[in-house]
Each structure stands twice: as C-alpha cells, then as structure tokens.
Ligand binder design. Structure first.
Ligand code: GLY
Ligand code: MN
Ligand code: MN
Length: 464
C-alpha cells in the first residue's frame, strides 16, 4: 500500500481517519461511561500545551493520545468535553480562536488555526467555544452535574485548576457537595484503545512496514568507523521519506557493550569492527507507533560467539510469537520466551548446575534480561490498556483479536559481568517485533524486517 492512500493533505486531522470515525469513538465512550453511572456526567480531555525546549524555542507539538484518539485534532490548548445531561449526549470543544494579528504567537507567526467557527463542521463536535472561556463554562457545568470524569495526573497544572473549580461549584451550592463522584474515563477509553479496528490495523501495518524499511536502510549503511548517530540519521531519514511524521520514541542505536544499557540514548560513539550494533527504533505514522529491535554485525558478519547468543534469543522470540493467539493469557508469550532463554543460558555455560525448572522458578534469567517480553502498542509506544483483569488483578488479561503487542526478549552480557564466559561479554541482543492478534492466531506487522542471520548478513554493509 502506498502511503498516499493514507495521508490526507490540507486537513486539520492529524490522524488518518475521517470525522465520522472520531465521532463514533466519542459516542462509544459516552455510551460506556453511561454504564458506569445513572447520573448526568461530564468528562474532560486536555490536548496538552506546547513545551519549551530552551529559552523561547518549543518542542514540536503532538497532542496527548487520548485526546487525539477522540478528536484526530492536534492543536495545543484544546479541551474536549463529553457530556451527558438530561439524556442528551454530546461533545464540545474549547479551542484557540483565530488570530490574524501581527502579535507573536498569532497565525501570522505560527500558522493557520482551525478556530472556533470552523470546528463544529470540520471535527463533527456539537459545539465549540473559545478556550479562554473554559473556566466559566466548566464552573457552570460543574454546578449542574453530580458525576465527573477527570484524568488525574495526566496534566498536573490542570489538576490544580480542576480542584479549584470543584471547590467553587460546591461553594456555589451553599456547602452541599454538588459533585458526588469523580471517576476516571481512562478505564473505559483505554479498553477501547486496546482493541484495534480494521482501519487502525491498516495504519499500524504501514507503520511497521516503514519502520522495517528504515532498519534495512540502516543495515545497508553500516561501516566500521561510522558513528551511532550517523546510522540513526539514516534510518530516521527513511522513516520521514516514507511518510512517517516522526520517530515513535528516541531511537536507540547502541554499538558493542552499549547494547546492554536498555535505554541507551546518547548515540554518540564510533562503531567498532567486530562489534554488534543494536538498533531499537520505530516510527510514528499517522499517529500510530511501530517498535522494532534488531542486532546487526558492524563488519557484516556475526562471530561464532555472537551468533550463538543471537540464535538463542531468536529461538526464544519465535517461541513467544507462536504463543500469540486469541484466548491465550498475556503472559503466555513471556513464559514461552523465558523457557527457551533458560535453556540457552545453560547451553552457553552462563548458568551452571541448575535445571530449567530452577531457573524459571527463581527467575535467574532476570540478571541477563531485566525487562519484560511484551507491552501493548498503538498510539503510544507503551500503549494504554491494563495487563491484568479488572476483577482479579492477579490474573493476566487474555489476548483478543485486535490487540497489538510487542515481542522482545533479549540477553545482555555486560562486559564486566564475571558470571559470563569471556567470549560472550559485551554482547547485548534483543529482537523485537510488533504482533497483531488475529481471530486465527497472529500477524507480525514488522515481518518485512529480516531477522535470520543469513538474511541480515546479506544486507549489512556496502554491496557491490
Ligand atoms: N523502544 C521501547 C521498547 O522497546 O519498549
Ligand atoms: Mn518495545
Ligand atoms: Mn523497542
């Protein structure tokens, strides 16, 4: 699929979908929330504001994912209000007004805004008003409804305003608490986000494909002596060339022992011949993330010791992917992965005089793989949605068709770890794919990114 099919030009929608999709999501959430309460209610979602990077220079703005999921709109300083009052359910948007003045911050300086007048028709909300009136509008609402949904902790500066509004609403009602319950709409919303629809899957497949092509470009550009950041720029250039708006998270491009730092971010070092390069990088395409990790030989060929460790991780990853099917517990892929890793740690002579059962029981693999095997993936790289059942937090949720999760086992042998035979020290391997659970089993969304040693070696480095 060419990305032109999915990219809308000249549209206020930052996301790929039509106003009808976002409207349907708002309606579904309103319906879910009305199951929680018999009272009138109102739920608030804030987009976020621009953040200063340094002095008067801002980071590129990208709206908070819950807000984006419900609106597709990505202007800062916007509040979505979902309300159910007297049996009428509808959406209101408080947003920045148009400003064509010469003042700093105006559209002349920063670009066109949608503005209040166009918001209803374009975004399909029932009502729009100027964000500068949000306090008085919210105070009026809080005087009317006994049940509120607020996402505490998401934007602490708004938590403070919100508690003031509540205080005021209760004072206005002469000391009788008007607000009787404050809930959190994220519980229902994140369950919706955890099950991807056919149109979301189409976008995530494209996100996975673009990320795979970025990795392939990085592989082809490998040369001993180049810097980690040079390889990062090759893959990020490919992401953007293919239509991604950004990286989904800071690319990890970690040569040699740097691969053993799980969140290595500096990407400043020079690549050494004979070392491996771990790349954990994915893109954001039309608001959906991909997340791929691969390990490449800098000089084009794995050494026998590197290949041994690599193949154990690959075997573990394939076993975990095979465990992804509807009805399986979320932890099933992880259990499959660590069982193979336990065998690998024995075979490599790293863990001695212990059985696989001992290693699993006492989690002895944790020293060499300190992270989990999976997380949900979607608009956020570590996507929303719980991992345990609501009614029984000790029980893992079951996988459902439409869930997307990563499968990313690893083995990290730090260069200073004396428990590891010297030939393996300084080797860090992680292999990560994005897996969609389907009605019949699964689909690997990042399958275009090679992971067999022979396929990787065929692509790495300069080719005649
Ligand atoms: N790139 C972040 C992760 O793999 O979880
Ligand atoms: Mn991941
Ligand atoms: Mn990753």
């Amino acid at each position: 699929m060419g990305n032109s099919d999915l990219m809308q030009k000249n549209s206020p929608f930052f996301g790929p979908f039509s106003a009808a999709t976002y409207r349907q999501r708002r309606h579904q959430l309103l319906k879910e929330l009305s199951r929680q309460t018999s009272s009138d209610f109102v739920a608030f979602f804030w987009s976020g504001s621009e953040l200063i990077r340094n002095n008067d220079n801002h980071y590129a703005f990208r709206a908070q994912s819950d807000f984006l999921y419900l609106t597709g709109f990505s202007e800062p300083d916007t509040m979505l209000i979902l309300q159910s009052i007297n049996g009428r359910k509808f959406s209101r948007l408080a947003l920045r007004p148009r400003d064509l003045s010469a003042n700093r911050g105006s559209e002349v300086w920063e670009g066109e805004r949608l503005g209040v007048e166009r918001a209803v028709k374009t975004l399909g909300v029932e009502e729009a008003f100027d964000i500068h009136q949000v306090s008085s509008e919210v105070e009026a609402l809080l005087a009317k409804v006994p049940q509120i949904f607020w996402s505490f902790g998401e934007f602490p500066e708004w938590d403070l305003k919100f508690t003031r509004w509540i205080g005021k609403a209760n004072t206005l009602s002469r000391g009788l608490p008007r607000i009787q319950a404050i809930g959190d709409a994220r519980i229902q919303l994140h369950e919706m986000r955890r099950v991807k629809t056919a149109e979301e899957i189409k976008v995530m497949r494209e996100s996975g494909r673009i990320a795979s092509l970025g990795h392939i470009r990085a592989m082809k550009s490998l040369r001993p002596g180049r810097f980690e950041y040079e390889i990062a720029s090759e893959l990020e250039r490919e992401f953007k060339k293919l239509g991604a708006s950004d990286v989904a998270y800071g690319s990890i491009v970690a040569g040699g022992n740097n691969a053993c730092t799980l969140h290595y971010k500096t990407n400043r070092e020079r690549l050494k011949s004979g070392d491996l390069l771990l790349i954990d990088a994915g893109c954001e395409f039309e608001t959906y993330a991909s997340d791929i990790t691969r390990v490449y030989p800098i000089a084009g060929k794995f050494s026998p010791a590197q290949a041994e460790v690599y193949n154990w991780v690959l075997k573990s990853q394939l076993a975990a992917i095979a465990a992804c099917r509807p009805g399986a517990q979320f932890t099933a892929p992880h259990e499959a992965a660590v069982k193979v890793l336990a065998k690998g740690l024995i075979a490599l002579g790293v863990i001695k005089r212990k059985s696989v059962g001992d290693i699993l029981k006492h989690k002895l693999w944790r020293r060499y793989m300190p992270h989990g095997t999976s997380h949900w993936l979607g608009m956020d790289v570590h996507d929303t949605g719980t991992y345990t059942e609501e009614k029984n937090p000790m029980k893992p949720v079951r996988l459902r068709a439409g869930n997307v999760l990563t499968i990313e086992p690893g083995i990290y042998f730090r260069k200073d770890d004396k428990s590891v035979p010297p030939k393996y020290r300084g080797i860090g391997i992680r292999i990560e794919d994005d897996v969609l659970v389907t009605t019949r089993g699964h689909e690997v969304l990042t399958a275009p990114c090679p992971k067999k040693i022979s396929d990787i070696e065929a692509l790495c480095g300069p080719k005649m």
